[in-house]
Design a protein around this ligand. Structure first.
Ligand code: 3HC
Length: 301
């Protein structure tokens, strides 16, 4: 087991680069700017995705202001610290770059290779992958020793944990920077081995996968929810699947099945639901009304 390395080895972070401007990336971009108070630059495939991420961050800063969690000076300062770009050259002076792009090994390898051309040799590359091998994500780089897993949970603002993933190459400096950064973000960090699903998703893949398989085998959604109620989960398995994203959930199951074919099973129904888009029906305010009848039909027919 790996313990936390000496904090004195941690690099000071003066600028953060975020690759990906989707919901997960935007949520943690906000956390970085709020807790580290350093410039944060976000990028994505095109300007409209970048703008969507920036709009989300600005909207969340406005909500913090409205709730009285921050004052207007602070809100303005945070907004001024966040910028968007479609040019990875703008990452040149980032000492911490974190990616949350599509969960495909080749895509993640490519975005890190692109950005490595511009950043300093000792800048850290962190990946928010939920179940791919962190070592493989860094395998093609000039400096794979700078790569560390830094896995957030949804909703980022609320969930207290970060899984910090050490590969066989990760230096103590990179690991220490990750641990000190997690503490600065006011999260609890655990160091995990670089194994599929790390700890949390390995366990969730079982729980959520078996919940899906139960309905595929003819048990109703409501019966599954009722059956697991005594576990005391903050959310039932299907609400949690909807929160993490049905596509992400299906992908996590596939990755586990590929790694451990006899222990984890894919879910065809979950893939069909992911293609349909959602399982739960929401009202105009975003409050869950119940299961979407078409989604139920997908699973039960
Ligand atoms: N985004 C941002 N903030 C949110 C949010 C969201 N989606 N959902 C809730 N919050 C905030 C609320 O704004 C509120 O903040 P406030 O106190 O500042 O007003 C706070 O969370 C509590 O909200 P609620 O009163 O609505 O809270 P609940 O008591 O119903 O809790 C919950 C909501 C925290 C989401 C709780 O249901 C929970 O913990 N669910 C389990 C979530 C979980 O297990 N996540 C891990 C998923 S796995 C994953 O992400 C890994 C990936 O790789 C697949």
């Amino acid at each position: 087991p790996v313990g936390a390395p000496d904090k004195a080895l941690a690099k000071k972070i003066t600028k953060v680069g975020v690759i990906g401007a989707g919901l997960m990336a935007s949520q943690f971009a906000l956390l970085f700017v709020r807790r580290l108070q350093v410039p944060v630059v976000i990028t994505d495939l095109d300007q409209s995705r970048v703008d969507k991420g920036l709009d989300y961050i600005t909207g969340e800063i406005d909500k913090l202001l409205a709730k009285g969690r921050i004052g207007s000076d602070e809100a303005n300062r945070l907004k001024a610290l966040v910028s968007g770009t479609t040019d990875k050259k703008d990452f040149a002076d980032c000492d911490w770059v974190i990616e949350a792009v599509f969960e495909e090994l080749g895509v993640k390898q490519q975005v890190f290779a692109d950005v490595e051309q511009y950043i300093a040799d000792d800048a850290i590359l962190a990946t928010n992958t939920s179940s791919l091998s962190v070592e493989q994500i860094g395998a093609e780089l000039k400096h794979p020793e700078r790569v560390v897993g830094f896995h957030f949970f949804n909703p980022v603002a609320v969930m207290p944990l970060i899984e910090v993933v050490k590969t066989r190459n990760t230096t103590d400096a990179a690991l220490s920077t990750a641990m000190v950064t997690a503490a600065a973000l006011r999260k609890n960090a655990v160091i995990t081995a670089d194994t599929p699903g790390f700890v949390v998703n390995r366990i969730l893949a079982k729980l959520l996968g078996e919940a899906m398989h139960a309905v595929e085998n003819g048990t109703s959604f409501d019966a599954v929810v009722e059956a697991v109620r005594p576990f005391g989960l903050p959310m039932d398995p299907f609400a949690l699947l909807e929160l993490v994203g049905l596509k992400v959930g299906a992908h996590v199951l596939d990755t586990h099945h590929a790694a451990f074919p006899e222990r984890f099973f894919e879910s065809a129904a979950l893939h069909e639901l992911a293609d349909y888009g959602h399982l739960l029906e929401k009202d105009a305010k975003g409050k869950t009304k119940g299961y979407d009848p078409k989604a139920l039909a997908i699973v039960t027919t």
